[in-house]
Structures are given as structure tokens and as C-alpha cells.
Ligand binder design. Structure first.
Ligand SMILES: Cc1cc2nc3c(=O)[nH]c(=O)nc-3n(C[C@H](O)[C@H](O)[C@H](O)COP(=O)(O)OP(=O)(O)OC[C@H]3O[C@@H](n4cnc5c(N)ncnc54)[C@H](O)[C@@H]3O)c2cc1C
Length: 500
């Protein structure tokens, strides 16, 4: 790192200079820091995060029961074995990330409480100037970097998405979004209604149901779930055979990825059969009398939305025991004491939890500008879900919807390191992507194909997102099994890369 000083009338402003600036100390940013230290030991870098510790998603979500919905062999890094049960609590994930930071001395690169507000690219200097506000002191801090590595996640951390329903102001109880769960919320002995039936609900409900008087899950339409044991037989067997944890991690990852690839393929080739298998899993716990048709039979194809794994079927055991129940209906309005449904039924609630999703944040809600001109990402075309036409020296980490996010974070880390090495070897200071002559007439489409994947947070934000083309180079294919070979094989001298 180097520093430069600009004297203003008030006080000198220090600008710290790095080769690379990583935005975010979540699982992606910490992974990026690890790979940089290993693959590019001479590269100076800093990681900035607006929160007061590492972990991102796992640090800021505090609702009861918070846990992963995918297995930690693949959500964990490829370089650090996961040795616990596959589905992990936020606390266990933070411990794992803390070990990675400590074992690799990454802490010295990370600055917490630094919320980045603007990023300005200068083509004269070939550098980004980053302005951050310290969330603890309010001071402004300035940084410059040649390369910006965006590991800011995909949703706004300050608040979750809560739709506006009529009558909300009249409701006398507490309305809580899981993303901003109050530490002192008293739910014991209370009637709780949880709106929404995604992964958050599947996690929260079993964690609170035993203490509550009753928990009602209110959903507009059913969702798919996979109940199963929170154990991987193969890992257990390998452990019994005294196989090294490094090997177990790699073997189990391969097995999980192999099974997932098969499952994904089947969900496209024989969706009805897969659907019936998923429903049978839930039915086996709820029993033959349960109204599966109304509450657990989605109208969409499996995999069009992320499928939550329910460890040991705990959500369904809660329902079977009578401590929790599901209502499939629409909200007419909130009342003083609960929610009036379109069917005319009224749900009484002391607490209403709105597990209604996220507000998408496109690249960390940072004001970007290129040579003084504000940058609107929706006017760019996205290269393989990681770079943007006309935006130099910037890489965006956006993981997978169906496979674990970190699989892609690891792949993109290798890509950044390879790209930086390539630039160093060729003496380039700037790289951007551009449409090739054969792409000029390409149809520009919404970033994600809604037929393929359509969660609400993405649909609401589609107008803010970059464009997709009809060729693989201009798509986030969401296909780990293809990208694991394609990304390492990207020809950095291909015509879509422009170097200066
Ligand atoms: C409850 C929950 C459970 C999930 N479970 C899974 C799962 O099991 N498997 C899976 O694959 N995915 C899961 N996901 C998706 C999950 O968010 C990602 O997989 C992963 O944690 C994202 O990591 P990240 O580091 O990219 O982003 P985040 O965890 O979102 O971290 C981003 C960091 O960047 C910082 N940041 C953002 N903007 C700025 C800014 N302007 N200035 C400074 N800092 C900034 C944030 O403070 C944050 O610390 C889950 C998501 C949620 C909400």
C-alpha cells in the first residue's frame, strides 16, 4: 500500500492506494482475499466492509434458527475442509470463516465499518477512487485501486422487503422482518404469523414453534422443500476409515455436485416425476391425511425457485405436531389483531413476521461513474455474469441460485488472479469487455430468463440489472457444471477483451 496526501483548507486528506480493492467481507470477499494472498502474493489489496465484522449474510441475520439451506461441503471454500454436519448454523459458518481469516492472516487486510458510497473510474490514471464513510465515526475515507472486486452480495443489508398491505398501521402487534430481527423480541407463548414460505420460513418456524403458542405460516402459494437427514453417509464412512479431512471434503463435494447435476437434469427432463418425489418426501412426514394439494403442491416446475433443504424434516414435524400450521390464501388487509384473508378468515397474531424476501442491491448501492459520467449498469451487457461492457477493471461476484454460491466465488477468484497475472505480463493497466462484431445484432434480453428462474427479488429489480445476450459469453448461465470447465478455459486474448 502507498498513501498520498492532498491538503485542503480543513485538514489533509489521506488517500490510500492499493492494487486491488475488495468490496465486502462476506464469504465471497474473504475467499477473494485468501486467493489473492495465495495466487498473487505481491498484489497489495484491502477489503472494505460496512459492517463491524466479517460474514456478511451470516453476521447480519440474527433470527432464531438461522442456518444454511445448502450443504457446507459446497458452500464452504474448496480449500478449507468442512468437518461438521452439512447444514450449518450462522454461528458455525462464522466460526469457519473466522478460522480461514486467522489461519491465513487475512485480518490485516480487512477494514470494517467502511461503507462505500462512491466509486469513480479515471481513464487518465487507470484507477478507481473509492469513497467510504466510517459507520462508527462518520469520517470519510479515500482509497484508490487499479482493480475493483465486487463481493457485495445481492441484497440490501439495511432492510428486507416488506410489501405494503392495507391496514398495516392499524395493527396493534409487532411486525418484524427476519433480516432485522430485534434481539429482545418476546415470542414465547405468543401467536405468530409468518408470511412467506421460502427458506427463511423453513428455518425460523421450527426454531420458534416449540416456544410459541402457535405459529401459522401464511403463504400465497406453495413451495418445494427437500426434507432429509442432516448427515452425509459417505462423509461418515470416510471418517470411520480415517481418511484425511482434505480428501473427505473433496470426495464429498464431488459426490454432492454429481447428485445435484443429476437432480437438476432430471427436473428439466422429467419434472413430473421429480415433483412427485419431492411431494412424497413431505407427505411421508405429514401423513396421508394432510392436505398436500393445497399447501405443498407448487404450480411451477421444480428448480424454478431455489429448493430449501429441511434438515431432519423439522419444519414438517412442527406441523405434524400441531404447533405450526400452514394457511394458503391471500391477504385482504391487516386488522387491529391480525390479518384478514381473502377467504374471509381472520388470523389472530401477536407478532407478524414478514419473511417476504429481499430488496436487491445492484453492486452495493454505490454511485459509480466512469470518467465523470454516472454509470447505469442496466445500460451495460453482462459478460458471463461477472464483467460489464464499458466498465474497466471491475469484476462482480454473483453466485449460483441452484448450486452453492461459494462454488462460483472460488471460480471467479481464480479468474481474477489469472486476469491480473495476464495484465501484468502484457503490461496492461486496463481491461474491459466489449461486444464483438458477431454480437452487434444480438438480441439484448433481461438479465435472467424468467422461465428458468424467477424469485421475487430478482423480478422486482430486473430494470436495474445489466442486459443478457443470447450467447453463453453474455449470460450468467447459472450452470456450475459447465462453468467449472469454461471459466478456467477463457481465452484472455479473445476479442471480447480490450486491454490498454
Ligand atoms: C438467510 C440466508 C441464507 C442463505 N443460505 C444460503 C445457502 O445455504 N447457500 C447458498 O449458496 N446461498 C445462501 N444464501 C445466499 C447468500 O447470501 C450467499 O450465498 C452468500 O452468503 C453471499 O456471500 P457474499 O459474500 O457474496 O455476500 P454477503 O454475505 O451479502 O456479504 C456482502 C458483504 O458486503 C458488504 N457490502 C455491501 N455493500 C457494501 C458497501 N457499499 N460498502 C461496504 N460494504 C458493503 C456487506 O456489508 C456484506 O458484509 C443465503 C442468503 C440468506 C439471506
Amino acid at each position: 500500500m502507498t498513501t498520498s496526501e492532498t491538503t485542503t483548507e480543513v485538514e489533509p486528506t489521506i488517500t490510500e492506494e492499493f492494487d486491488v480493492l475488495i468490496v465486502g467481507a462476506g464469504i465471497s470477499g474473504v475467499g477473494g482475499a485468501y486467493h489473492l494472498t495465495k495466487q498473487r502474493p505481491g498484489t497489495s489489496f484491502v477489503v472494505l466492509d460496512g459492517l463491524d465484522s466479517f460474514g456478511g449474510t451470516w453476521w447480519m441475520h440474527r433470527y432464531p434458527g438461522i442456518r444454511s439451506d445448502s450443504d457446507l461441503h459446497t458452500f464452504g471454500y474448496r480449500f478449507k475442509p468442512w468437518t461438521g454436519p452439512p447444514i450449518a448454523s450462522a454461528e458455525e459458518i462464522l466460526k469457519y470463516m473466522g478460522d480461514v481469516i486467522e489461519e491465513n492472516d487475512l485480518d490485516r487486510h480487512i477494514r470494517y465499518n467502511h461503507r462505500i458510497t462512491s466509486a469513480q473510474w479515471s481513464s487518465v490514471d487507470n484507477r478507481w477512487t473509492i469513497t467510504a464513510t466510517r459507520t462508527d465515526t462518520g469520517e470519510q475515507r479515500f482509497f484508490t485501486a487499479n482493480f475493483l472486486w465486487m463481493c457485495q452480495g445481492y441484497y440490501r443489508h439495511s432492510e428486507g422487503y416488506t410489501p405494503e398491505w392495507p391496514g398495516m398501521e392499524a395493527y396493534q402487534g409487532d411486525i418484524v422482518h427476519p433480516q432485522t430481527w430485534p434481539e429482545d423480541l418476546e415470542y414465547a407463548g405468543k401467536n405468530v404469523v409468518v408470511i412467506g414460505s421460502g427458506a427463511t420460513t423453513a428455518t425460523l418456524v421450527p426454531a420458534i414453534a416449540a416456544d410459541c403458542e402457535h405459529v401459522t405460516v401464511l403463504q400465497r402459494s406453495p413451495t418445494y422443500f427437500i426434507p432429509g437427514r442432516n448427515k452425509i453417509e459417505l462423509a461418515e464412512t470416510l471418517r470411520e476409515l480415517d481418511v484425511d479431512e482434505e480428501w473427505i471434503h473433496e470426495i464429498v463435494r464431488r459426490k454432492i455436485l454429481h447428485d445435484q447435476a443429476k437432480f437438476t437434469r432430471r427436473s428439466f427432463e422429467e419434472p413430473e416425476k421429480v415433483k412427485q418425489e419431492l411431494l412424497d418426501g413431505v407427505r411421508s412426514i405429514l401423513g396421508p391425511e394432510y392436505d398436500m394439494e393445497s399447501h405443498f403442491t407448487p404450480s411451477y416446475r421444480p428448480w424454478r425457485q431455489r429448493i430449501a433443504f429441511v434438515p431432519d424434516g423439522d419444519l414438517f414435524h412442527g406441523i405434524a405436531s400441531g404447533k405450526a400450521s400452514v394457511v394458503t390464501d391471500e391477504i385482504e388487509r391487516f386488522t387491529e389483531h391480525g390479518i384478514l384473508l381473502k377467504s374471509g378468515e381472520e388470523l389472530q397474531a401477536d407478532i407478524i413476521v414478514t419473511a417476504t424476501g429481499f430488496n436487491m442491491s445492484v453492486l452495493g448501492d454505490i454511485d459509480f461513474a466512469i470518467d465523470g459520467k454516472p454509470l447505469d449498469f442496466s445500460e451495460t451487457v453482462n459478460y458471463r455474469g461477472m464483467m460489464f461492457t464499458g466498465v474497466p477493471n471491475l469484476l462482480w461476484v454473483f453466485g449460483y441460485f441452484r448450486a452453492s454460491w461459494t462454488l462460483r466465488a472460488d471460480l471467479l477468484s481464480d479468474f481474477v488472479c489469472r486476469l491480473l497475472a495476464h495484465m501484468e505480463e502484457s503490461g496492461s493497466k486496463r481491461v474491459s469487455v466489449t461486444l464483438r462484431p458477431e454480437d452487434e445484432d444480438m438480441d439484448l434480453l433481461p438479465w435472467i430468463d424468467q422461465e428458468n428462474f424467477n424469485p421475487g427479488y430478482l423480478m422486482r429489480a430486473m430494470s436495474l440489472l445489466p442486459k443478457r445476450g443470447d450467447k453463453p459469453e453474455w449470460q450468467h448461465t447459472q450452470d456450475y457444471w459447465r462453468e467449472k470447465d469454461d471459466i478456467p478455459a477463457i481465452n484472455l486474448n479473445a476479442p471480447e477483451f480490450l486491454y490498454t
